[in-house]
Design a protein around this ligand. Structure first.
Ligand code: HEC
Ligand code: HEC
Length: 434
């Protein structure tokens, strides 16, 4: 639905843009009218016992609509969004992750992929068509609705297009055509062609651009901006307390964060239905949530790499080591602020794009990707409200957005350099549903 007059690539910039327009009566319009551009309810649970999935929501991520109505809707299996649901949910040492066709009843095309990747694909469908899960899934997950059948044909069409024309590279995705609409536009809109220019955003993956700043300079400026290498090195842990809320700040839940250098991090959101805990212990990561299939799940693949990156980037001093092969694109803009755009590749091949405010030098956005059968699944973290803690500027507010859910964390109190019990970074206890 987003119509751009010049969008040279599939942008990694998920913001609504200048030049966005809405077709009267379109799905996007309808959603916007209800007060939620995106109804982000986190928490579709994969329920054991072979009955596939049931929808429940955590307060973690939600639309700004009426709270009661929303919980009612959620509990009655109305419009919910998938939380990040992991395969390999079994506890213990590495096992072959559970495959989609083993976990679900009626998988015909997206076979042979782990459950988390399958859920990533579902998140991409929802994002591309601006639909909530249940617009394709009713009365239950396995049932074939007409729209689900169409979507299945579209999966095959997309695979055919990529195989026949692009040597199988996943360059055409649901987003390529749909852009948040159920009916992709056919004809160029001249209002858009001659409309306001949009922000330029770089490709998902890019090389060092001619005329772009040197990555080293941008990173050095960032280290200086947050307090300088010396002070940064002296910040070795912190504990933060505050709130977490979903889209547009509706109902806040208490939240806590524990971070220890170089790479341990735990975030706990005390949602209405139970605690949602994300932990990276330096090697392994978990998500314990009252609304996911098992009360505590292992993170794997791109999502594990992402959890590692989040932990490492909590301490600015590590930034040059956590990613390598740094390259810069031409500068871009975020909300009318000029940003330098760097990209780095992690040891395991994971790619992340980092945006630094040109003027302040601070890190304002990280976009990272996990691969899925239907294309890259983005996670975007936007940092704001940097405040000094033990002489180092750290963000007190950030939003954590996935294709199917967004949390906004706001800290009110941060205690630097405190001893944190090692158990904080251990595998979280199974979440209990309240
Ligand atoms: C545009 C339509 C569409 C949307 C939106 C969508 N799905 Fe699906 N979903 C499908 C299709 C198509 C399949 C079957 C895939 C196959 O056959 O390989 C499927 C299958 C599933 C299954 C397997 C059910 C079973 O038992 O066989 C689950 C679970 C699922 N989707 C969850 C979700 C969740 C959670 C969301 C929201 C994030 C979602 N879907 C959004 C189209 C959709
Ligand atoms: C090459 C362009 C293109 C791509 C890529 C594409 N679609 Fe579509 N899709 C269309 C068009 C065009 C229509 C509307 C067809 C019509 O009007 O009859 C459509 C319609 C649909 C519909 C029916 C919507 C409704 O309820 O009316 C669904 C569902 C759908 N697409 C899902 C997907 C999914 C899922 C993907 C990715 C796997 C995808 N599409 C990729 C072009 C595309």
């Amino acid at each position: 639905m987003i119509a751009h007059n010049a969008d040279p690539n599939q942008s990694s910039d998920m913001r609504p843009r200048k030049g966005d327009n809405m077709q009267i009566g379109s799905r996007r319009m309808r959603l916007a009218v209800t007060g939620a551009t995106i109804v982000w309810l986190i928490g579709v649970a994969l329920v054991g016992g072979g009955n596939g999935m049931s929808t429940r929501a955590a307060a973690a991520s939600s639309s700004p609509s009426n709270k009661k109505a929303e919980w009612g809707a959620v509990l009655s299996n109305a419009c919910g969004r998938a939380a990040f649901v992991q395969a390999g949910a079994q506890a213990g040492p590495p096992q072959r992750p559970q495959m989609s066709e083993e976990a679900f009843k009626n998988v015909q095309v997206l076979k042979g992929i782990p459950v988390d990747e399958f859920m990533g694909a579902m998140g991409l469908f929802s994002a591309a068509l601006s639909m909530c899960c249940l617009e394709c899934h009713a009365p239950d997950w396995a049932a074939d609705t007409p729209r689900k059948r169409t979507a299945r044909k579209m999966v095959q069409m997309v695979e055919t297009i990529n195989r026949a024309n692009f040597t199988g590279r996943k360059v055409v995705t649901c987003w390529t055509c749909h852009r948040q609409s159920d009916r992709p536009q056919v004809t160029p809109s001249l209002d858009v062609v001659y409309g306001e220019p949009i922000y330029w955003a770089p490709d998902d993956l890019f090389q060092q651009a001619a005329g772009a700043p040197s990555p080293g300079q941008v990173l050095d400026k960032y280290i200086e901006a947050v307090g300088g290498a010396e002070r940064v090195a002296r910040l070795t842990s912190f504990v933060g307390k505050g709130t977490a809320s979903g889209y547009a700040g509706a109902f806040k839940s208490p939240a806590e964060i524990y971070v220890k250098a170089p790479n341990q991090r735990t975030t706990i959101i005390h949602t209405e239905v139970g605690d949602k805990t994300t932990t990276f212990d330096g090697h392994a990561g978990w998500l314990a949530s009252p609304v996911t299939p098992v009360p505590v799940m292992d993170l794997t693949g791109g999502e594990l790499d992402g959890a590692r990156l989040d932990a490492e980037l909590s301490f600015p001093g590590r930034i040059k080591q956590v990613l390598g092969q740094w390259r810069a694109s031409l500068p871009s803009s975020i909300a009318d602020r000029r940003v330098n755009v760097l990209q780095g590749t992690g040891a395991g091949g994971a790619v992340a794009t980092l945006y630094f405010d040109v003027e302040s030098g601070l890190l304002t956005r990280v976009v990272r990707y996990a691969n899925s059968a239907m294309g890259r699944v983005p996670t975007q973290i936007d940092f704001e409200d940097y405040r000094e803690v033990a002489g180092v500027k750290i963000p007190f507010r950030w939003s954590f957005a996935w294709v199917s859910g967004r949390d906004v964390i706001e800290l009110s109190e941060v205690r630097p350099n405190v001893a944190i019990d090692a158990a904080r970074f251990g595998k979280p206890a199974p979440a209990v549903r309240r």
